[in-house]
Design a protein around this ligand. Structure first.
Ligand code: V07
Length: 263
C-alpha cells in the first residue's frame, strides 16, 4: 500500500513509460548489465548476413542508452565482445572491430551532449589499433561527464579479469607491499576492472540463452537476473521497462528484510 502512495504520479505517460506506467522511480536499478545476444539469429530469420544483425544491434545500443539515461540508471554495462568471440570467422571479427568506430563516429557528439561518460572493461591492448583509438578518443572526450556511465565490455572475459587481479595481489605480497592476511573480498573487488563501479543490480540476457558466458562472475554474486527470448536487435524501451518492473516487483517482496536472509 505504502509503495503506491510513495510512487510518483503523472508525467510518465508523456515521458514514455507507456507500457509500464507502474515503474517506481524511487527504485530504479543503479547498474544494469546486458548480454546482447541474438544478432546473428535476427539476421538469419531475414536471410541477411550475420553482420547485418550486428549492425542493427548497434542501433539498439543507442536506443537503450538513451532509455537507460531517461530512466535514471547510473551505469549501463554492455557485453560487446568477449574473449571467446575471436574464434568467429575472420571477416565477422573484422566487421565487429569496426563497430565501435562507426558507433562513436555517429553518436559521440550526442553522448557528449547528454553528459554520458564512455568507459570500457576488458583487454584493450590486444584490440586492433583503429578500434582502440576510437574508444580512447571517446573516453577522453567524455572523461569529465558525470551523467550515465556507458561501460563497454570489449575483449572481456571474467576469468581473465579475476586472474589478472590475483596476479597483481600476489605481486604485491611477493614484493612485501602487503601480507597474505590482508587479502579480503573488498581488496579483490578493488583489483577488478570494475573497481570504480557499483555492482550490477540487474543482469539482462536477450535471445533465450540462460548462461553467464564468462561475464562479470564476481560482480554478479548478488545481482537479479532477467532473461528474455527477444533478440537484441528487437529489444526496445518497453522491454527494458519490463525488466525493471520485474526487478522492482522482486525487490518489493523483501520489504525491509535482507534479500539474502529470506527462506
Ligand atoms: C557491437 C552491436 C551490439 C550487439 C552486440 C554485437 C555487435 C556498440 C559497440 C561499441 C563498443 C565500444 C565503444 C562504442 C561502441 C560495439 C562491438 C560490437 C565489438 F566504445 N555496438 N557494438 N562493439 N555490436
Amino acid at each position: 500500500m505504502l509503495d503506491k502512495l510513495i510512487r510518483k504520479k503523472g508525467g510518465e505517460s508523456k515521458a514514455g513509460n507507456a507500457e509500464h506506467p507502474e515503474l517506481d522511480e524511487t527504485m530504479i536499478p543503479r547498474h544494469v548489465a546486458i548480454i546482447m545476444d541474438g544478432n546473428g539469429r535476427w539476421a538469419k530469420k531475414r536471410s541477411l548476413p550475420r553482420i547485418a544483425g550486428h549492425h542493427e544491434g548497434m542501433k539498439t545500443v543507442r536506443k537503450i542508452t538513451r532509455e537507460a539515461d531517461r530512466l535514471g540508471i547510473k551505469v549501463l554495462t554492455l557485453y560487446a565482445f568477449s574473449t571467446e568471440n575471436w574464434k568467429r570467422p575472420k571477416p565477422e571479427v573484422e566487421f565487429l572491430m569496426r563497430l565501435p568506430e562507426e558507433f562513436l563516429g555517429t553518436y559521440l557528439p550526442e553522448l557528449v551532449e547528454r553528459n554520458v561518460r564512455v568507459r570500457m572493461i576488458g583487454d584493450h591492448a590486444h584490440l586492433p589499433m583503429h578500434t582502440r583509438r576510437a574508444i580512447t578518443k571517446a573516453m577522453e572526450a567524455t572523461a569529465e561527464n558525470d551523467g550515465l556511465i556507458l561501460n563497454f565490455a570489449m575483449n572481456y572475459g571474467s576469468r581473465a579479469e579475476i586472474t589478472e587481479a590475483v596476479r597483481s595481489i600476489a605481486k604485491a605480497v611477493a614484493e612485501n607491499r602487503m601480507s597474505a592476511e590482508d587479502i579480503d573480498e573488498s581488496l579483490i573487488t578493488g583489483a577488478l576492472m570494475t573497481a570504480e563501479l557499483p555492482e550490477p543490480d540487474l543482469l539482462i540476457r536477450t535471445s533465450g540463452e540462460v548462461r553467464l558466458s564468462n561475464f562479470m562472475l564476481w560482480q554478479l554474486a548478488y545481482t537479479e537476473f532477467w532473461f528474455t527470448e527477444t533478440l537484441w536487435p528487437d529489444f526496445d524501451e518497453s522491454r527494458l521497462q519490463e525488466a525493471i518492473a520485474v526487478y522492482q516487483a522482486r525487490n518489493r517482496r523483501y520489504g525491509g528484510v535482507d534479500k539474502e536472509d529470506t527462506d
